[in-house]
Design a protein around this ligand. Structure first.
Ligand code: NAD
Length: 310
């Protein structure tokens, strides 16, 4: 495994990060014992960065990750979130931030996390996030409940609007840099580099779209993108290539982020994803996939409050 420093923090995170949302059944039921084994194997193989949220499986992912980390907490960089608690349940108030962290720490079986992120900030009021949420997170940092703080979300501009107004240590962006899209690289990455903010790229498989199983029912991708990805899948089958492997290689090769978070819940996925890490993506295959995608490259969907859309 290789490790990179997250922005200006003292955290050294593995280039392959473990996204724990599937432990909470976000992509269909997952087996608790197998999930524990997946976490254990990942740690033994050098993956040290774990990301979760109270929202994933409505606290189930945190519960399960906490159990899997018993006795192993000091070997990992642990990130969780606050502010999102259901599909339409958000609370970015200072009071809820504090109670949320206390609850997360109990579920995770630890007295502090390494990174606390405001979850899906585009669903909040930017003014409140800047004036109330982030200051509350900084107070928790001063109290030792978290070592660093960050923000996460889908639209890029709102992430930048917030980070311009108040310092954050990291930004987690998802579905904006992978085989299907690259605007993180052109828009968010130069911005974050300029301010020394650590970057985390999440959902390298476009939340399951770049796999044989395909996107879950709740996936927000528009039909035009789904159709184009079907063509890409057909091409990969014909070439006897695993699309997920190609997609992961492509993201793991990206040097401008500290870590790429891939959602995993089985030992088989951990093994396959570590294999993908050890070989770079074929530039020729990537350009053939891009050619098939054509106008479906860089397709985005609306997320959050209208005023926070890109
Ligand atoms: P992803 O793109 O990582 O895809 C996950 C899906 O791919 C799961 O169904 C998983 O079982 C499957 N998968 C994993 N490896 C595979 C392989 N080798 N072959 C076939 N299928 C494979 O999407 P994600 O899980 O949503 O994103 C990764 C992590 O990033 C999340 O778990 C979460 O921690 C974080 N994230 C955060 C936010 C946010 O803060 N707003 C949003 C999205 C993701």
């Amino acid at each position: 495994m290789r490790y990179r420093r997250l922005g200006r923090t003292a955290l050294k995170v593995s280039v392959v990060g473990f996204g724990a949302s599937p432990l909470g059944g976000v992509f269909g039921q997952s087996d608790a014992d197998e999930g524990m084994r997946a976490v254990g194997l990942a740690i033994d193989e050098g993956i040290n960065f774990f990301d979760v949220s109270p929202y994933y499986g409505l606290t189930l992912a945190e519960e399960r990750l906490g159990q899997a980390l018993m006795g192993k907490r000091d070997r990992v960089v642990l990130a969780t979130k606050c502010g999102r608690y259901g599909l339409d349940q958000f609370d970015f108030s200072a009071k809820r931030v504090r109670s949320s962290v206390e609850e997360s720490l109990r579920r995770l079986g630890t007295d502090h996390v390494d990174l606390l992120q405001a979850h899906d900030v585009e669903f909040g009021d930017v003014e409140q996030i800047v004036a109330e949420t982030i200051p509350a997170m900084r107070r928790l940092q001063e109290e030792g409940k978290t070592r660093y703080i960050g923000i996460s979300g889908y639209p890029l501009k709102v992430l930048m609007r917030i980070a311009r107004q108040i310092p954050v240590d990291s930004i987690l962006s998802y579905c904006r840099y992978n085989l299907l899209i690259n605007d993180m690289d052109t828009v968010l990455t130069p911005f974050a580099e300029g301010l020394g903010i650590g970057l985390i790229n999440a959902a390298p498989l476009h939340m399951g779209m770049l796999t044989e199983t395909g996107a879950p029912d709740w996936h927000p991708a528009p039909p035009q993108l789904r159709l184009a990805v079907k063509e890409v899948l057909a091409f990969c089958r014909e070439q006897k290539i695993d699309l997920a492997e190609l997609g992961l290689r492509f993201c793991f090769d990206y040097p401008r982020v500290a870590s790429t978070l891939v959602g995993m819940s089985t030992t088989d996925q951990v093994r396959r994803n570590l294999d993908a890490f050890s070989t770079p993506a074929s530039a020729e295959l990537v350009s053939r996939v891009r050619a098939i995608l054509g106008a479906a490259t860089n397709v985005v969907w609306p997320s959050g409050k209208p005023e926070n859309h890109d």
